[in-house]
Design a protein around this ligand. Structure first.
Ligand SMILES: Cc1cc2nc3c(=O)[nH]c(=O)nc-3n(C[C@H](O)[C@H](O)[C@H](O)COP(=O)(O)O)c2cc1C
Ligand code: SF4
Ligand code: SF4
Length: 373
C-alpha cells in the first residue's frame, strides 16, 4: 500500500518511500542494513573496487578511519549484493581509481536489481590522490565520460556529490547531460546546511534528487523536500538513533496520506523552487513571482495562459469566492484558508486530489519553461 502511496520510480528501481540510509564506509554493510528494511533505500558501502583504493583505505584505517577492505573487491561486492537482496531497494556506493572496476560493479548492481552510486564525494587525501572521490568533481570531463560509459550497462545510476566544491548548477547539468539518473547531494556548507543548493539543482535539472546533510527529524527532512529533494538520506543520525528511519518513514507516510504531495515546494515568496508557480496568484501585483517567471523564461501573459489552459475542465477551474475566482491561483493546502476550503467542499475535491492536481499543474508549467537544459 505504501508503494502506491508514493509511486517513486527511477528506471527499474521503485523505492517504497523517500527515506534513505546514506553510506558510511566501514559501517553500512549488508549486516548493518538488516535493521533498516523500512527505509525506501539503503545505500551500502562505500566499497573500494580495486587494489589502489583498497591500499588507500588501509592507510586510512591506520589513522583511525573505518573502511571496507578486501583483497577480492568485486567478489566482496557481489556477496554484499546477494546478502542484502530483498531488504528494500539497495544501492552500492563505490570508489575506484579507473573506470574498469566501475563497469564491472555496474553490471553486478544491475544483475541484482540495485542502484550503482559513484562516490564523487570522498575527500580523504589518499583517495583524492588516486583521482577518486572528490577529485572527480574537479575533473568534470572525466566524470562525464565515466557516467556515459557506466550508463551503457543499463544500471540505474547515482552520483554522490558534496556541494560547494565547484559550481553546483554547472556540475548537476553536466551530470544530467551525461545520462545519470540520480544526483545525491551532500548539502554541506562551512556555515551549516546549504538548502539553496537543492533548490538551484531542482530549478536547473530533471534529475532525481536525494538531499543529504544533517537530517535529524521530519522538520529537517521537510526543508529538503520543500526545496526540491525527491528523497532524503541520513547517515550520522542513524548511528545516534537507529529508530530515526522508522520515525521519518512514519511521518512522511502520514504527510503524504494527508496532503498527496510529500515534497510540495514552499510558495515562491517563501523561498520555494519553480514548481511552486503552481501555487502562485494571478500576476497582478509586484511580488517575487515576477523574478521566478523571468528565471523560468515565461512572460506574465504566457503564465496566465499556461495555467488557465491546464485548469480548463479540471476541478481547480472553479473557485467562486476565492481571491481570483479559480483555484488555479490558490495556495498550498498546508496554508490555512477557509475561502479555498469552502471552494474545495463545493467541488467535492479532497485535499489530496487538490494537491495532486497542483503537482500535475507544476509539471505542466515547467514543461513550458525555457530554462530547462
Ligand atoms: C563515518 C562516515 C563514513 C562515510 N563514508 C562515506 C562513503 O563511503 N561514501 C559516501 O558517499 N559518503 C560517505 N559518508 C558521508 C555520508 O554518507 C553523508 O553524506 C554525510 O555524513 C552527511 O550526512 P549526515 O549529516 O546525515 O551524516 C560518510 C560519513 C561518515 C560519517
Ligand atoms: S504570486 Fe502570490 S504566492 Fe506567488 S510569490 Fe507572489 S504573493 Fe507569493
Ligand atoms: S483564496 Fe485562499 S488559498 Fe486561494 S489564493 Fe486566496 S488566500 Fe490563497
Amino acid at each position: 500500500m505504501i508503494e502506491k502511496l508514493f509511486d517513486i520510480k527511477i528506471g527499474y528501481a521503485s523505492p517504497k518511500n523517500p527515506i534513505a540510509v546514506a553510506s558510511m564506509a566501514g559501517i553500512t554493510d549488508s549486516k548493518f542494513a538488516t535493521g533498516f528494511a523500512n527505509a525506501g533505500l539503503i545505500i551500502l558501502g562505500g566499497y573500494n573496487l580495486d587494489k589502489p583504493t583498497n591500499e588507500a583505505a588501509r592507510k586510512e584505517v591506520d589513522r583511525g578511519r573505518s573502511e571496507f577492505i578486501s583483497d577480492k573487491p568485486l567478489e566482496f561486492l557481489k556477496s554484499e549484493l546477494v546478502a542484502a537482496k530483498g531488504y528494500t531497494t539497495i544501492a552500492v556506493n563505490v570508489r575506484a581509481a579507473s573506470i574498469e572496476p566501475l563497469l564491472e560493479a555496474a553490471a553486478l548492481a544491475k544483475e541484482h536489481g540495485a542502484i550503482l552510486e559513484l562516490n564523487a564525494h570522498c575527500r580523504q587525501p589518499e583517495m583524492v590522490e588516486l583521482g577518486a572521490g572528490e577529485a572527480l568533481l574537479k575533473d568534470i570531463p572525466r566524470l562525464c565520460e565515466y557516467i556515459r560509459e557506466i550508463k551503457k550497462t543499463g544500471v540505474v545510476f547515482s552520483v554522490k556529490i558534496r556541494a560547494n566544491v565547484v559550481n553546483d548548477v554547472e556540475l548537476a547539468k553536466a551530470i544530467e547531460r551525461a545520462g545519470a539518473d540520480i544526483i545525491h547531494i551532500d548539502a554541506m556548507h562551512p556555515q551549516g546546511v546549504d538548502i539553496g543548493v537543492i533548490k538551484r539543482v531542482r530549478n536547473s535539472t530533471n534529475l532525481f534528487i536525494i538531499g543529504n546533510n544533517s537530517i535529524t527529524d521530519f522538520e529537517s527532512a521537510k526543508e529538503m523536500f520543500s526545496h526540491g529533494a525527491d528523497m532524503v538520506s541520513v547517515a550520522r543520525a542513524v548511528r545516534k538513533n537507529p529508530r530515526i528511519i522508522d520515525q521519518l518513514v512514519f511521518e512522511v507516510t502520514s504527510f503524504q496520506s494527508m496532503t498527496g504531495w510529500y515534497n510540495a515546494p514552499k510558495h515562491i515568496c517563501g523561498g520555494g523552487d519553480l514548481r511552486a508557480l503552481a501555487f502562485c496568484c494571478l500576476p497582478v501585483k509586484p511580488c517575487a513571482l515576477h523574478g521566478a517567471l523571468k528565471q523560468a523564461g515565461i512572460s506574465a501573459e504566457e503564465f496566465m495562459k499556461i495555467k488557465t489552459d491546464f485548469a480548463r475542465n479540471t476541478p481547480i477551474e472553479y473557485g467562486e469566492g476565492t481571491c481570483f475566482g479559480s483555484m488555479t491561483w490558490c495556495c498550498k493546502i498546508t496554508k490555512p484558508c477557509f475561502l479555498r476550503d469552502s471552494a474545495l467542499e463545493s467541488s467535492g475535491l479532497s485535499d489530496v486530489e487538490y494537491m495532486r492536481t497542483k503537482k500535475r499543474l507544476s509539471e505542466y508549467i515547467l514543461k513550458h519553461a525555457k530554462i530547462r537544459l
